[in-house]
Design a protein around this ligand. Structure first.
Ligand SMILES: NC(=O)c1ccc[n+]([C@@H]2O[C@H](COP(=O)([O-])OP(=O)(O)OC[C@H]3O[C@@H](n4cnc5c(N)ncnc54)[C@H](O)[C@@H]3O)[C@@H](O)[C@H]2O)c1
Length: 391
């Protein structure tokens, strides 16, 4: 299968490429891949573990190998030999210049960037270029996935409501109403290519693009990969619910370094992430305990994201008790296999003629589209049933 990755030079993307290619060559185990669990036996027929990668980025990096090496040198997050095994494959990955339209002040942290809008292109020309790049790479077995830096919440605009309006926005070159993630999503879906959004950016979640997906009969999924603290939160909170213990307060304090951490240290970019992380408790519990969700940049940790959580809960006779946990994960290592899983499930969905939002993939996301189910246990059962019924 082919994966076109938005944010191709990032650490999640390049770690997925290194893992995907090593798996394809039979050089590593498939630990971490949900699709390789026995419940999903048969997926190989629809989405084999053979990969071609390509993508858009806005940093002028020579190739995906150089990008992977840069991340590896800072993080050493897997054995160096695994990168050597796939050096030539990564050097061949096609990376095209993308757009960073309304991506917020956070992207200033990326260093030198080169974008389509800096060529003075109109919105239609930007979309045309994105489409052309993807089309050149894509075949019937292609999925587009967004793992670019998190954008701020988009400006509210009338153009997001219907497909007609969205296309008018492009035609009228109303740049202040479009964000990069919308344009990538629009281009992929318009080309009939399944699209996933692993970031909290808006992507395909506006009504106009949902309409496009129905019209073009394309499956899509998102938003924001559930990989660390929120995964634990939405797995653990149900325990309190099942035992009728009342959570009175939950504090989540996240620290992380690396590029993602730098971008999220900007207030406007961080807002999308905090909203995405903060909403889950109410959805699991059915009420809103007092909550604090913080994300802070901590440079020396690089990609080693640490989350400290404090839960205050009330039991029998009104007695209050406390629960603490610390999540100490390597962000790219927990995210990368999910990129492959989501892409495989979306290709499976396409081959089963499904289209629109694939709610059953909510298991992978912090803010799953068109469902309020964020309880991990429930989500996993839904995913298993969905696959079993279709396969
Ligand atoms: N566990 C996780 O790592 C995890 C979980 C959920 C969501 N995410 C999200 O995934 C995304 C990627 O995380 P990362 O750690 O790989 O970050 P990263 O900073 O290493 O990579 C992001 C890449 O996107 C590129 N980019 C930025 N804006 C772009 C644009 N408009 N078009 C094309 N490319 C663009 C950057 O140049 C960079 O190469 C972030 O939005 C992050 O919040 C990550």
């Amino acid at each position: 299968m082919k994966l076109w990755i938005i944010g191709a030079c990032g650490i999640v993307s390049t770690t997925a490429m290194v893992g995907g290619k090593n798996i394809e060559k039979g050089l590593i185990e498939k630990t971490g891949l949900v699709t390789e669990l026995p419940y999903f036996e048969g997926i190989e027929k629809y989405a084999p573990l053979k990969f071609d990668f390509g993508g858009h980025d806005i940093r002028p990096i020579k190739n995906a190998y150089e990008a992977a090496l840069e991340h590896w040198e800072l993080n050493r997050h897997y054995e160096r030999s695994l990168l050597n095994n796939v050096k030539e494959d990564l050097e061949k990955v096609k990376i095209c210049k993308g757009t960073a339209l309304n991506c917020g002040s956070g992207i200033e942290e990326l260093g030198k960037i080169e974008t389509l809008e800096s060529e003075n292109l109109t919105l239609s020309e930007i979309v045309e270029r994105i489409e052309k790049d993807i089309k050149k790479f894509a075949d019937d077995e292609t999925v587009v996935i967004n793992v670019a830096s998190t954008e701020p919440l988009p400006k509210k605009c009338k153009y997001h409501e219907t497909l007609d309006d969205f296309e008018k926005m492009i035609e009228n070159d109303e740049k202040e109403c479009a964000t990069a993630s919308m344009l990538y999503a629009y281009a992929s879906i318009k080309l009939g290519i399944p699209y996933a959004n692993f970031t909290p950016s808006v992507g395909s979640s506006i009504p106009a693009l949902k309409e496009l997906a129905i019209e073009k009969k394309v499956p899509h999924a998102g938003n924001d990969g559930k990989t660390g603290e929120t995964l634990v939160k939405t797995t653990l909170a149900p325990m309190f619910l099942y035992r009728n213990l009342k959570i009175v307060g939950w504090m989540s304090y996240n620290i992380l370094g690396d590029l993602d951490g730098k971008v999220l240290s900007h207030k406007d970019n961080k807002e999308s992430k905090v909203v995405s992380k903060d909403k889950v408790l109410e959805k699991v519990l059915g009420y809103s305990p007092y909550s604090i969700t913080e994300i802070q940049f901590f440079p020396s940790l690089v990609d080693n994201k640490t989350a400290f959580d404090f839960i205050h809960f009330q039991g029998f006779l009104g007695t209050k008790m406390k629960f603490y946990f610390i999540w100490d994960g390597i962000d790219a290592i927990v995210a990368a296999p999910l990129i492959i899983d989501i892409a495989r499930f979306l290709l499976f969905a396409k081959k089963k003629n499904l289209y629109g939002v694939v709610k059953e993939l909510g298991f992978f996301f912090k803010s799953p589209m068109e469902t309020n189910i964020v309880n991990t246990h429930e989500q996993f059962e839904i995913l298993k049933k969905w696959f079993k019924d279709l396969v």
